[in-house]
Design a protein around this ligand. Structure first.
Ligand SMILES: [Zn+2]
Length: 489
């Protein structure tokens, strides 16, 4: 019922530098885990919404059931590129006397005369696939199909624009007058696609997923239904169909079933075309659904590098069925738990399936990036700075320390550390920072490890390399220090 949290949305962008075939692994992450409890909704305040597609014309009609001077959109993420709000670039108000504007962390609508927003408000929209920070965006397919996130229509009522400006960015734990809107979906061209099935009439409310309006190729198969852009380079679809079930099996063997919603998985893959000088893979995970988008001339053919990246990416996204959905984090600032954890799961899972994979190089990147991103800056606040990458890199570093402690304890690895932690927190579905750090203290018998990590999370470090080397020394992660750098060995 109470679902306030941003969910996972990762974008790994591999930008071509000199030539389109040369990939530099610049990882651009946005994040967040699963829906979250604290705080309460007053769902009776939620409006009803109707989304209609008629060819190129899209309309979104709000019917508000209570009067409020201001309505704010729950999902008011910024675009990753340029950090501007996405909604004003895609949504246009058609109802006179109402304006949409940015107030604090939120897109809001208000009436121009200061009175309540009219009970009927219409937008026309032009869905665009843009990367958002820690939030789901529209997926566009090259045949014109579009998939929209179910929950981007949710709003809450506010008494004034000043009240909107005072709202915190992270709504976890905040009581709101609003709730999941009942959204009715209609495509004049035919049934919409939801949960891998075509539906004549569809209303979504609390579900976190995507609804696809348009064609796209649906291939049901045992355990994994794929919805694939017909123009996606064929090797990518083949890779997903073959590699995804393998890494999933490995995780399943090591961690047990992730839980509800994971039995019938759907992978939805869009293709944004062979943009010059770009190799881009993005994705996110919702209950029972992985969405991915590929773009750029660099992914047209499966070079060794692109193939490896795509497998790592599938491994990271699949890991979120466990770290992210079986358990989620408590606050957005704890995303290091799910992102770093998923990174190390992907590295270990990939290595288990392919012994030739260079896990050390991947983890070295995490160490290097964490050092850069934690220097005198609190890792926990990285999201507010737009430096989501810190959650991945430093989260992976902390996970490596936990893995080292586990190895010393009983010869185990990251999955052995995670398994009891998942089991203990499956019931309430939340893996908090305190619970994660307590598990580390339990396994290592050394409370100073948790203190070092807490310090990096809350304050950063003047010399992050020294802190990380010290963490690794105390947990037995093989490394050496050279010219102030931490080199994994
Ligand atoms: Zn992720």
């Amino acid at each position: 019922m109470f679902e306030l949290n941003r969910m996972e949305s990762v974008v790994l962008r591999l930008k071509a530098l000199a030539a389109s075939t040369v990939l530099a692994a610049a990882l651009l992450g946005a994040c967040a885990a699963a829906p979250l409890p604290p705080g309460t909704w007053d769902a009776r305040a939620a409006p009803s919404v109707e989304v209609v597609r008629d060819g190129d014309r899209w309309t979104v009609d709000y019917a508000f059931h209570r009067a409020a001077p201001v309505w704010a959109f729950m999902d008011s993420a910024l675009m990753a590129d340029g950090r501007q709000p996405w909604r004003p670039t895609q949504w246009t108000l058609e109802t006179p006397g109402v304006v949409m504007e940015r107030r604090g962390h939120y897109d809001v609508i208000r009436s121009t005369n200061g009175g309540p927003v009219p009970s009927q408000v219409r937008f026309s929209i032009r869905p665009k696939a843009v990367e958002l920070e820690a939030e789901y965006g529209a997926l566009t397919f090259s045949d014109g199909a579009v998939a929209l996130p179910t929950r981007q229509f949710d709003v809450f009522a506010l008494s004034s624009v000043e009240a909107a400006e005072a709202m915190p960015a992270d709504l976890n734990g905040v009581d709101l007058e609003g709730g999941p809107s009942a959204v009715t979906w209609r495509d004049m061209a035919g049934p919409v696609l939801f949960n891998g099935e075509r539906r004549e009439g569809l209303t979504t409310t609390t579900e976190r997923s995507y609804v696809l309006l348009g064609q796209a190729r649906v291939t049901p198969s045992e355990g994994l239904t794929t919805v694939i852009d017909p123009n996606l380079p064929p090797w990518i679809g083949e890779e997903i169909r073959s590699f995804a079930p393998r890494i999933d099996d490995y995780y399943l063997r090591r961690l047990g079933p992730p839980g509800v919603g994971s039995e019938a998985s759907t992978v939805m893959v869009s293709w944004n075309g062979p943009t010059a000088r770009l190799s881009s893979m993005g994705g996110s995970v919702l209950p029972g659904l992985i969405v991915m988008k590929f773009e750029g001339v660099g992914v047209l053919n499966p070079s060794q590098e692109v193939l490896e990246r795509s497998r790592w990416f599938i491994g990271h996204e699949s890991a979120h069925f466990w770290l992210g959905q079986a358990v989620r984090y408590q606050f957005a600032r704890d995303a290091w738990i799910t992102e770093g954890g998923a990174d190390l799961m992907a590295v270990r899972g990939f290595k288990a399936l392919d012994p030739a994979y260079d896990a050390r190089a991947e983890l070295q990147t995490e160490v290097d990036d964490c050092i850069d991103l934690a220097r005198n800056k609190p890792v926990a606040e990285a999201g507010e700075r737009g430096e989501h990458r810190a959650y991945y890199a430093c989260g992976a570093v902390f996970a490596m320390a936990a893995e080292g402690a586990q190895k010393r304890h009983d010869g185990g690895d990251w999955f052995d550390f995670l398994r009891p932690v998942l089991a203990a927190n499956r019931k309430d579905g939340v893996l908090s920072r305190a619970e994660w750090l307590d598990a580390l203290t339990r396994v290592s018998g050394d409370p100073t490890l948790a203190a070092t990590i807490a310090q990096m999370l809350d304050r950063g470090a003047a010399d992050p390399a020294a802190e990380i080397a010290s963490l690794f020394r105390r947990t037995g992660v093989p490394h050496r220090v050279e010219n102030g750098k931490v080199i994994l060995s």
